[in-house]
Design a protein around this ligand. Sequence first.
Ligand SMILES: [Zn+2]
Length: 298
Amino acid sequence: MMYKHGHSVLKIVDHSKYFEVKIVPALLDNYMYIIVDKYKKEAAVIDPVEPERIKDILDDEELQCTLKSAFITHHHWDHAGGNTKLLTLYPGIEIYAGDDRTEGYTKLVKNNQVLKIGNLTVCCMSSPCHTSGHMSYYVTGNHGESPALFSGDSIFLSGCGKFFEGSAAQMFDNMQTLTTLPKPTRIYCGHELTVMNLKFAYKEDPGNLDLADRLEWAKKCRTNAVPTVPSTVEEEMRFNPFVTAINATVLDELRQRRNRFRSHKKNRDSITSLTSSASTSPVDRSGAASAASSGISC
Ligand SMILES: [Zn+2]
């Protein structure tokens, strides 16, 4: 079923016959993800900032799967701010996080820790820089098939998260690690920023027709409220200037230009004012002040 709720339609991606990923829009440009093991009928959710919406979708689900766990990429309110509510909706659910500042977490995870969602395998990948405790989650079928990376605010499609608590060297390491993953690995990031990211990438590399085509594709998706996620590792190696930056210094300079590029774009300005005016939203948290006050946490 394709219905629009929030900034995008719900999109479902098949990952082999064993699992699927539901892409669920949240807030102004966030994504939550439901991972469903179709065989065991178990589900997990990534960054469920609007848990009621997750519950609505799962209650409608034909498979009648059971939500047993949540994986939180980082402690910012627009990712972790629904955790307390999630615990009331799903008592006993396990909430995994890599940072003890994360609201409502039940278990801390470490780099390379392996967990399960039914028969699926989840590998926790520490990805510090946007926040010091940022965690990405690499999910595969039982035998490593059809991999997916849930990258939070570390890597975006054609972009990367702001360096709030880390260095360019750390983000450079994150990008290098990304390129070691299988090329078809699908990438599900925390925000829908692809059009703006591609405009910036094209400005950095004018005349790159591949990038121009990619930008047109992304614009068309967004005109129809279709998520641009997921992309793949292979695509990011072609279209993401932060992945192809040759060293940390180049990456740092790129990030600084990207920060300035965004600030005078009308689209993001209007999102900023909307987010600021929504600061009394139930998902807002005082601990999120730095993210919420700027309206931009990514
Ligand atoms: Zn963030």
